[in-house]
Design a binder for this molecule. Structure first.
Ligand SMILES: Cc1ncc(COP(=O)(O)O)c(C=O)c1O
Length: 396
């Protein structure tokens, strides 16, 4: 065996030994409250980003099929050459309306959107100030940026954020970066405080609300709606791969000038094919369903409230939060993986997360709610949680 393969084999073996090696579960039905999983049959899903149940919504599917017929398989081009299709513009208009911003610009993922927006907005005089628990795509986007300084503040610690901003020079561009809903904790950014500090220090705020849009706020417009600050965040980024249809894609919503600059300068926009029109069509249909059917958001809120309370009553200690992510901390990574395996053996699909996704010793099983889940699914899932919790010693 070549040296490279030998080194890789050692690394893979160490993942196996630590019990952290990931195996893929293969699905053969659409994403939904129950899916068909290879080798297991039907399982209840408490682990997808299909927050509103739109991944298999007939209007979303039909829009994609129609888009495929009308525009073909893809763009075969980046946006600025010949890859801009009518549905891109329509989608961007509706995303801007949803976000209450002047404009929006789509990308093939929110990962791309963050890697586009952050390095483009951080010029050589900028200070970037970022929450320590921000999503990996923000962390990598910061790595790609070349600002004057990069500062990281303790998670949601407004004192540290104030000190970081206070250490900047007057007139210097300051870019605060935060998740709207933190993906591993399920808690919300302290957005009103962040906005107040930003005003005091003349800083720009970028919020990635991938887990908030479609989920948080009375009508699902995200953390900006939840906190009553629609239209007040300078730059929003979000995904089309979660509540908004679950296919793929991301976007930046901001001013005309910011979106125009990103079209001119951001590298994922300039050097990578545009979002396939079929995906844009599906996402557009998903945005329309969200706006026309706010009762889906209400159902998601009700499911989340019910399941969180039921877990507590059963003796679990989920982290508090207002989003649809309900993490239960279990300690070591191998334990989280073992628990999720036991849940799956009994037909409930919940993912365990450990190091390096979350810090060592804080491994967790992360429940994600969906409006598509019916009481019968939630009640069965709870029964299984209690059985597995007792068996593994998590519940006494
Ligand atoms: C906060 C946050 N930002 C960005 C992303 C990446 O989104 P996408 O799948 O569209 O690249 C995720 C996905 O997990 C996320 O949780």
């Amino acid at each position: 065996m070549k040296a490279l393969e030998q080194d890789i084999r050692k690394e893979l073996d160490s993942l196996q030994d630590a019990g952290t090696y990931k195996r893929f579960n293969v699905l053969s039905s659409p994403q939904g409250p129950v899916v068909e999983m290879a080798g297991r049959g039907e399982v209840i899903v408490l682990s997808s980003n299909n927050y509103l149940g739109l991944a298999a919504h007939p209007a979303v599917i039909e829009a994609g099929i129609e888009g495929l017929r009308t525009y073909g398989a893809g763009t075969a081009s980046v946006r600025f050459i010949c890859g801009t299709f009518a549905p891109h513009l329509e989608l961007e208009r509706e995303l801007a309306e949803l976000s209450e911003t002047e404009a929006a610009l789509s990308y093939v993922s929110c990962w791309n959107a963050n890697e586009a927006a952050i390095p483009t907005l951080a010029d050589a005089q900028t200070v970037i100030v970022s929450d320590e628990l921000n999503h990996a795509s923000i962390i990598d986007a910061v790595r790609l940026s070349k600002p004057e300084r990069k500062l990281v503040y303790k998670h949601s610690d407004m004192g540290e954020l104030r000190d970081a901003l206070g250490s900047c020079e007057k007139g210097q561009r300051k870019l605060i970066l935060t998740d709207g809903v933190f993906s591993m904790e399920g808690d919300l950014a302290k957005l009103p405080d962040i906005l107040e500090l930003a005003r005091e220090h003349d800083a720009i705020v970028l919020v990635d609300d991938s887990h908030g849009v479609g989920v948080v706020g009375e009508t699902g417009r995200g953390v900006v709606e939840h906190f009553g600050v629609l239209g007040q965040v300078d730059v929003l980024t979000g995904t089309l791969g979660k509540a908004l249809g679950g296919a793929a894609g991301g976007y930046v919503a901001s001013t005309e000038e910011v979106c125009d600059l990103l079209q001119q300068r951001s590298r994922p926009q300039l050097f990578s094919n545009a979002l396939p029109p079929t995906v844009a069509c599906s996402a557009l249909a998903a945005v329309r369903v969200l706006r026309a059917e706010p009762e889906r958001v209400a159902r998601l809120h009700e499911n989340t409230r019910w399941f969180r309370a039921a877990l507590r009553e059963a003796g679990f200690d989920p982290l508090p939060g207002e989003a649809a992510i309900i993490p239960i901390i279990v300690g070591e990574t191998a334990r989280a993986i073992e628990l999720s395996q036991k849940l799956l053996e009994r037909g409930v699909f919940v993912t365990g997360f450990g190091y390096p996704v979350v810090p060592e010793g804080t491994a967790r099983i992360r429940v994600q709610m969906s409006a598509a889940l019916e009481p019968v699914h939630l009640e069965r899932a709870l029964e299984v949680f209690v059985e597995v919790g007792r068996e593994s010693g998590l519940l006494t």
